[in-house]
Design a protein around this ligand. Structure first.
Ligand SMILES: *Cc1c(COP(=O)(O)O)cnc(C)c1O
Length: 410
């Protein structure tokens, strides 16, 4: 069972779905029965050992879990500071951590007697993972995707179709992740009698943020045990993850939240700079607000509507953040840093050239922050980074020089 022995994870959310000041279920009234049905079904399965045993077995065979923890020896030695380790979520089937909760949602849907999974996707990672999980469990799959992203990551679109999913382009507004989420919610509103909404991150109304965190907590549980075994009993001094909604980060943090001596860092995309519209650094520049059914921190324009966002990493371009991340940040348990497009791109190339690993641009944000941190910390300290996904999807984009700039020198 997810984190049943860990204090923090069992304390939040409260009975109303709140994480301190944040969370709750702020969805239209007519969707309340769907949320209550989901909360009831998941509430029962959460304490069913047979459910978690089946999930574990699918994860071993289909996904390739456990993923290893690996020392970045070359980069660490170049920096001459703290040692950097990575949790290799890029080695998951379909290339990122997202399949951890997609397989969970597919199993949940089957237990609930649903026939279809509906979701949104940004970089396409969530859509491909969900399409694979749906195929494995014999479920239909409908993926909503911003029209801009459909063009940007066309290989992932082909993979989704090959795996049997229907891809629905969202063409309103900026035509990226936020619009895809709106569109997916509309579809779920019409189809919830026979479909389950498999949200893409630890966001949305209760119980979604809790369910996604629980399914992702396998990352932190594995990583903690692996790290202790590698170091002979020492915990990392720092744990770093990139944050959009917060699913890969919470998955990783959940292994370390109760270890007060481990510093937790969230890394947000600064895009092209601090001006509103140029980044997606929600915790850094946002204010309390409600987005997609949860009350949390939101990047807002003066009038209070969600601000336009940008990041070289499509999967990080979201103007909100999950409520649990907002709480951890407000309480001071989690500190927040930012990384620009250029810094993430330089780190992408550096990790490829010196470590033989091609990270997703999303993960390159966490790695860039970690290299900056490592350079300022002594060699007896260690940093554990969640390498959330692989960068095959980003290779052409980076080598062509992003936004029409000069081709990059590897
Ligand atoms: C989607 C994605 C992210 C960001 O989403 P979170 O829910 O914040 O984890 C990070 N890395 C990769 C590789 C992704 O695909």
């Amino acid at each position: 069972m997810p984190g049943s022995t860990r204090n923090h994870v069992s304390r939040f959310p409260d009975a109303d779905g709140y994480y301190g000041d944040f969370g709750g279920a702020h969805w239209p009234e007519h969707l309340r029965p769907a949320l209550e049905e989901l909360a009831g079904a998941y509430g029962e399965l959460r304490s069913s050992p047979a459910f978690w045993a089946e999930l574990d077995s699918v994860r071993t065979g289909l996904q390739g879990r456990p993923t290893p923890v690996h020392y970045l020896e070359n980069i660490s030695k170049q920096l001459g500071g703290a040692r950097i380790y990575v949790k290799r979520e890029d080695l998951n089937h379909t290339g990122a951590h997202k399949i951890n909760h997609c397989v969970g949602f597919a199993l949940l849907a089957r237990r609930m007697g649903k026939r279809k999974l509906i979701a949104e996707t940004g970089a396409g990672q969530h859509g491909v993972a969900l399409a694979s999980a749906a195929a494995r469990f014999g479920l239909a799959c409908e993926v909503h995707m911003g029209a801009i992203d459909v063009d940007k990551v066309s290989t992932n679109v082909s993979l989704m179709r090959l795996l049997g999913a229907q891809v629905v382009p969202a063409t309103s507004g900026q035509s990226t992740l936020k619009e895809a989420s709106d569109s997916a919610l509309g579809a779920y509103t019409e189809q919830h009698a026979h479909a389950l909404y498999a949200i893409g991150s630890a966001i949305g109304p209760h119980p979604f943020p809790m369910i996604v965190r629980d399914f992702q907590s396998v990352i932190g549980q594995e990583a903690r045990a692996q790290f202790l075994s590698i170091t002979g009993g020492t915990l990392p001094d720092h744990v770093v993850a990139c944050v959009a909604g917060g699913s890969n980060a919470l998955g990783m943090y959940s292994g370390f939240l109760d270890d007060a001596e481990v510093a937790l860092h969230a890394v947000e995309p600064l895009g092209k700079g601090a001006e509103l519209g140029q980044h997606a650094a929600t915790l850094t520049f946002g204010r309390p607000g409600t987005l997609h059914g949860t009350s949390s921190v939101v990047l807002q324009e003066d009038g209070g509507s969600p601000a336009p966002v940008r990041s070289i990493a499509s999967g990080l371009a979201y103007p909100g953040v999950g409520p649990e991340i907002a709480m951890l940040c407000k309480s001071g348990r989690l500190s927040v840093g930012t990384v620009s497009d250029d810094e993430a791109t330089a780190t992408f190339l550096r990790i490829a050239r010196h470590e033989g690993i091609i990270p997703a641009l999303e993960s390159a944000h966490a790695l860039a922050f970690a290299t900056r941190l490592a350079a300022n910390r002594p060699p007896n300290e260690s940093i554990l980074v969640n390498l959330s996904g692989r960068g095959d999807k980003d290779v052409n984009f980076v080598l062509a020089g992003h936004d029409g700039g000069q081709p990059l020198q590897p």
